[in-house]
Design a protein around this ligand. Structure first.
Ligand code: SAM
Ligand code: SF4
Length: 490
């Protein structure tokens, strides 16, 4: 099939699916706008009660209500914001412990049949050189990533016949098959266009970690304006239920997100909440993670500079903190789209649990040039270009435990096996021990002298002490495994 035929055939199938969609659209623009209007001003006492409730929810796995989230998003008092930021960090530490899980994005294919107005990879943007990796080129990328010490990826694809579900399966299988000395990728998460149930089943069968699909904007008219109606991505409902279909197909961990800067951020927060509530209602598992990418400049993409909804740094911090309060069990992903100083600040103020580092977002970007970024091959511009090792050093300086852990996925703690641990704030009992063990691997195999020094002398002893005090039975086991690692085991 030509690209055009593939797109047209798929669009017919998608429209048919939408006609028979088994679920009701759960985003009601009017309801959300009414709630936001009603909750424009809330008494201080009520806000403090919501903060207390959010902290209690960290132990039960409950979410805040749309009204409560709307109230938080309209807070004006700076003192109350400080209380919200503090609560966000408290919740993150309560559920996951003081660790940050590290990953890298790997862009595998950039040609795309869609025309999303904000994206550098859109079909009509001829200022970008697009590319689909061959399996040999993919192997080279993985070698660079594993030589850095990376163990966990989010692989990213444009929507195109060259990167259809079969190609997605092939590339995931290839990644898991590559052994590079002591290095290997242990978990492959995916960010790709929505699929049909049988296609998701194929992707599940090759061992996918989490499947991410971002709705971009939940606001129907804005969605329509930014995603031309004759494109695959133009189909709102098809995308809204992408992760419902993934769960139907047996994929355990799914992840939602919104691209902040397309419409009012307060509206998008409620959209994310309704999305998580629907997953919870239909499948009993909420979203494994929530992402909040913020619109970044992209070549020949004017919207990225002139959208009237661009989010400033102050509001961005609020978004991250409210997500932590609204959905305490979910992982929270802060990407290298943001500048280094802001990222360091938000870890503490927003209760972030996962971050990427040393990232390249051009297809072939890890192999092709390892020092510079390649603007005319990237989807957008990255702000944080620190190396993985420098990033880890900065985490250590602030006392966080860098973690390369992929154990939940490999031990089958996914979906409804994982959720109770996160919902009852006991997952940290695994996170800290496994974080220590995987960080130790990094220290022995990849770290620079300065990271080795701070890691061995400060971070590992501090977190072993935490284990001694909080999970003594795990502390014993971790000490035994550390000895095995020192003797060569990984
Ligand atoms: N093509 C797939 C799709 O649209 O679902 C893969 C995702 S795309 C390569 C990854 C994500 O990048 C998008 O879902 C969007 O949220 C984000 N993105 C697109 N353009 C962006 C920009 N200019 N700045 C920041 N993030 C952007
Ligand atoms: Fe394609 Fe995704 Fe970019 Fe839209 S956001 S143009 S679907 S790569």
């Amino acid at each position: 099939l030509t690209e055009k035929e593939w797109r047209e055939n798929r669009l017919i199938k998608i429209k048919k699916w939408e006609e028979n969609c088994p679920w009701e659209d759960f985003i009601n623009d009017k309801t959300i706008l009414t709630i936001l209007g009603k909750k424009k001003k809330t008494e201080k006492k009520e806000i403090l009660d919501i903060i207390t409730k959010a902290k209690e929810n960290a132990l039960t796995g409950e979410m805040l209500s749309p009204e409560e989230v709307a109230a938080l998003s309209n807070v004006q008092d700076q003192e109350l914001w400080e209380a919200i930021f503090e609560a966000a960090y408290w919740i993150k530490c309560k559920v996951y412990g003081n660790r940050i899980v590290l990953f890298s994005p790997l862009y595998i294919s950039s040609p795309c049949v869609n025309n999303c107005v904000y994206c550098g990879f859109r079909n009509s943007n001829h200022s970008i050189q697009t590319k689909t990796l061959t399996l040999e080129e993919l192997e080279e990328e993985i070698k660079v990533l594993t030589n850095m010490g990376q163990k966990r990826l989010i692989v990213v694809y444009g929507e195109h016949p060259a990167s259809n579900y079969e190609y997605i399966c092939q590339t995931i299988e290839k990644i898991y098959s590559i052994k590079n000395g002591k290095g290997e990728i242990r978990r492959v998460n995916v960010n790709a266009a929505p699929l049909f149930v049988d296609e998701y089943k194929a992707v599940k069968s090759v061992g996918i970690g989490t499947y991410q699909v971002f709705q971009e904007t939940y606001h129907h008219p804005t969605y329509k304006k930014l995603h031309p109606q004759n494109t695959l991505k133009g189909q709102y409902k098809w995308r809204l239920f992408a992760l419902h279909r993934a769960l139907q197909a047996g994929i355990d961990d799914v992840a939602i997100g919104a691209l902040f800067g397309l419409y009012d951020w307060r509206f998008e927060l409620l959209g994310l909440l309704y999305h998580a509530m629907s997953l919870e209602k239909e499948f009993g598992v909420g979203s494994h993670t929530i992402s909040y990418p913020r619109l970044e400049p992209a070549i020949n993409t004017p919207l990225t500079g002139n959208s009237s909804y661009l989010v400033n740094d102050e509001d961005f911090k609020k978004i991250v903190a409210i997500i932590r309060l609204m959905c305490p069990y979910t992982g929270s992903i802060l990407t290298a789209r943001e500048a280094p100083a802001l990222r360091q600040e938000i870890i503490k103020k927003g209760g972030v649990s996962q971050m990427d580092a040393g990232s390249r977002i051009a297809v072939g970007g890890y192999t092709e040039i390892q020092k510079e970024h390649i603007p005319n091959k990237q989807q957008f511009v990255l702000q944080d270009t620190r190396s993985l090792d420098d990033f880890i050093y900065d985490l250590c300086k602030d006392g966080y435990l860098p973690s390369f852990c992929t154990a939940c996925y490999r031990e089958g703690r996914t979906g409804d096996n994982f959720m109770p641990l996160a919902k009852h704030a006991t997952v940290k009992n695994f996170c800290i021990g496994n974080g220590i063990l995987t960080f130790k691997e990094y220290l022995m195999d990849y770290a620079s002298p300065k990271v080795k020094e701070i890691g061995e002398k400060v971070i590992i002893p501090n977190y072993l002490k935490w284990l001694d005090e909080n999970v003594p039975q795990a502390a014993k086991q971790v000490r035994r495994l550390l000895k095995e690692e020192e003797a060569g085991k990984r």
